[in-house]
Design a protein around this ligand. Structure first.
Ligand code: FPP
Length: 258
């Protein structure tokens, strides 16, 4: 439900508790294809518009004081899509960073990537590495792209690394803990914000789709009907308001319930 909205399209900040902004927001950006289909346009037109939304939401999240914004841009399963669409998606990071890096720097946003990036085309890898290098001095929000990422594969990789360490005599079975596994996940360098506080999925689907399986254990989830290319700062604020209305207990009780 939308409440009072300013002329410039924003919800008055007083309606958001600025002391309770989720530190880490993860988004499954779904609905690009349907957005394009509704307009009788090719699916890739939806991805192009989706890229524009990434710009808008990066700025909006950074302005709200979000510490980490993780975006699911390409999953390990997305290779099954038609070749032309995969190629288009692989070219998007280059298009995005070529245009947007100066603005990221202006907003003090640092780029990071998680996923099996060594399997990406060389030009995509270069675009991402250049953006990471160009923004490495930025100290504000981290814009974390999940590219060729899969949650189960990530867990398998982490476990493999632990087994290897054990085989080399560097680790004993009793030393394996949740903390240690966390330190071997692709989000380890986001500490202390490794786990999303809020997961948003657009387009009305209510699935996790192999995204951050380990890290989402206690995340609040907000599923919205809006298609990703239509998502905007008002929708982001609505998702945060919904998050702020939740009672996060992490399996325990709140003080007033004890
Ligand atoms: C899901 O919509 C979307 C994707 C698989 C791609 C997401 C990519 C972007 C939003 C652009 C990313 C931008 C950068 C800078 C890398 P879908 O195609 O599955 O939509 P549908 O379910 O309606 O078919």
């Amino acid at each position: 439900m939308f409440t009072k909205i300013f002329k410039n399209g924003t919800v008055p900040e007083t309606q958001l508790d600025m002391q309770n902004i989720p530190a880490h927001i993860a988004i499954i950006m779904d609905g690009n294809g349907r957005w394009a289909k509704k307009r009788h346009m090719p699916r890739v037109a939806g991805h192009k518009q989706g890229m524009e939304t990434v710009k808008t939401i990066t700025k909006a999240a950074s302005d709200l004081g979000v510490k980490v914004l993780t975006l699911y841009a390409f999953s390990t399963e997305n290779w099954k899509r038609p070749e032309g669409e995969v190629k288009y998606l692989m070219d998007l990071p280059e298009k995005f960073f070529n245009k947007f890096v100066p603005e990221l720097i202006e907003n003090n946003v640092r780029v990071k990537v998680m996923g099996y990036t060594e399997q990406l085309p060389a030009s995509t890898q270069k675009a991402v590495l250049d953006a990471i290098e160009q923004t490495k001095h930025c100290t504000g929000m981290v814009l974390n792209f999940a590219l060729n990422y899969g949650g189960r594969a990530e867990i398998v990789t982490a476990v493999t690394n632990l087994v290897q360490k054990a085989n080399e005599g560097q680790l004993a079975a009793q030393e394996v803990s949740e903390e240690l596994l966390s330190q071997h996940m692709m989000t380890a360098d986001l500490a202390p914000y490794t786990d999303p506080d809020l997961l948003i999925r657009t387009s009305g689907e209510e699935r996790i789709s192999n995204f951050l399986l380990w890290q989402l254990a206690y995340s609040e989830m907000v599923f919205m009907d809006i298609l990703w290319p239509d998502f905007d700062q008002v929708a982001l604020q609505e998702a945060i308001k919904s998050y702020q209305a939740r009672n996060r207990r992490f399996g325990g009780l709140k003080e007033e319930e004890e």
